[in-house]
Design a protein around this ligand. Structure first.
Ligand SMILES: *Cc1c(COP(=O)(O)O)cnc(C)c1O
Length: 428
């Protein structure tokens, strides 16, 4: 008689195996969720166990066209058959075309290409230092609760102590004032000040938008004191608010708003839709400050990265995704506001513009279902949404962010709201 030898299980625990690889071999600098993904299409993702999720996080505002978009695939394939990389010692068409396109969407000026948001901001710090150098000015004022990236310059610029802790001495030349507070900004300017750097909508700081008055007065102040007005649009830019730049949306129909221009703008995240590319725009009068040999990066603006970014812009225009961000964002926000009215002890406020929305929750002590667990209310809410099949992004202890793809469909928005509603209903 044949002996029955036990077979290994056909479906191994793939998620556990992946997590073990990370535990053994990947620097543990991120607090990760217990989820491992295998594939995606549009605004849906599947984990390694085959469970389907609606992606309201968009890879933290990166996946502008969702997952596995056929035109991104096509741009990658077609361009990679021609040229992937040649270095910045030479010219090529995609970088020139993308620069033309981006400047066309902002205003007269030029573009420098890099690889990430932190690096785009680094370029702006160097631009500001060069601008003030001959007068001995170097100080950049940024906002409390801002986020500008994880390089040494980025953590110095960021107005949050948690990113600096353990990495002292901090790069000098940055100071922080409360966001939206013009008196504090005026008081912080010294003869050494050279620039002001703010986000149009603070992202990591919990989704706080600038007011039109704030932006217009910062512009006036910078003109008066000969400072550069720099904007970090890494998260809030690229049509997320319904306009290319969040300041364009915030200043829509505001007297004096249509002529507003900062002096420098950093971009990344949605620019490459998941392919790493960053950039900064610098306004005309200062566009040649960084001359040959002053700044550079090997991978900046490769033919491949630029071809992908150009294709994403084409799809956004052709499919009217700016309007989709505006309208689908309005739908999400109005539905969330209804939930805030119905469950005021769970949702304290709903903030944001277009597809950049923050749900501010009550503290965990105020939500009985959360009180016994030590995790913040934002983390507990995000975890419950994971169980229910929706991905969102925590921001601080009490805010949960929605940063979905710009091509999120109305029925997907409705699906997400339905899930969020049922998760909240189960908390009370
Ligand atoms: C994500 C982000 C950055 C940093 O971008 P990286 O690509 O992670 O370096 C900078 N500023 C803002 C506003 C961001 O949201």
């Amino acid at each position: 008689m044949k002996e029955i030898v036990p077979q290994p299980p056909i479906v191994q625990n793939e998620q556990r195996a992946i997590q073990e690889l990370f535990q053994k071999h990947v620097v543990p600098s991120y607090g990760r969720f217990d989820l491992a993904f295998k594939r995606g299409i549009g605004s849906h993702l599947w984990d390694v166990n085959g469970k389907r999720y609606l992606d309201f996080g968009g890879g933290i505002a990166v996946c502008a066209l969702g997952h596995a978009h056929p035109e991104i695939t096509e741009a990658l394939v077609e361009q990679s058959k021609q040229l992937v990389h040649i270095s910045n010692l030479y010219y090529h068409e995609p970088q020139g075309r993308l620069a033309e396109k981006l400047a066309g969407l902002i205003g007269p000026g030029k573009i420098f290409f890099c690889n990430s948001g932190a690096e785009a901001n680094e370029g702006l710090y160097k631009l500001a230092r060069k601008f003030g150098h001959d007068e001995g000015r170097f100080e950049i004022i940024t906002a409390q609760n801002s986020f500008h990236g994880r390089t040494l310059g980025g953590i110095a610029a960021t107005g949050q102590d948690k990113v600096k802790k353990g990495f002292e001495p901090i790069v000098t030349g940055f100071k922080h004032v409360p966001y939206g507070d013009l008196d504090a900004m005026r008081a912080a300017i010294t003869p050494a000040t050279v620039a002001i750097l703010v986000e149009g909508i603070q992202g990591e700081g919990g989704i706080t938008a600038a007011t039109p008055e704030y932006l217009l007065e910062l512009r006036r102040l910078c003109d008066e004191k000969k400072l550069l007005l720099l904007m970090d649009s890494v998260q809030c830019g690229h049509f997320r608010t319904g306009r290319f730049q969040s300041y364009q949306r915030i200043l829509e129909r505001v007297p004096g708003g249509e002529t507003f221009l900062p002096d420098g703008i950093s971009m990344a995240k949605s620019l490459g839709g998941g392919f790493p590319i960053g950039a900064f725009w610098v306004r005309g009068p200062h566009a040649d400050l960084l001359g040959p040999g002053t700044h550079g990066t090997t991978y900046g603006g490769t033919p491949l990265g630029c071809a992908v970014a150009l294709r994403i812009l084409q799809v956004i225009e052709r499919e009217g995704l700016a309007d989709n961000a505006r309208h689908t964002g309005e739908f999400l926000k109005s539905e969330l506001l209804k939930l805030a009215t119905k469950y005021p002890h769970v949702i304290k406020s709903v903030r944001g513009i277009g597809l950049m929305i923050g749900i501010e929750l009550a503290g965990k002590e105020q939500i009985p279902a959360f009180a016994a667990n030590d995790k913040t209310s934002a983390l507990q809410f995000v975890n419950r949404l994971h169980d229910a099949g929706v991905l969102t992004i925590p921001s601080g202890t009490q805010v949960v962010r929605l940063l979905p793809a710009l091509n999120l469909r109305p029925e997907e928005a409705a699906e997400g709201i339905h899930v969020i509603k049922s998760v909240i209903a189960n908390l009370v």
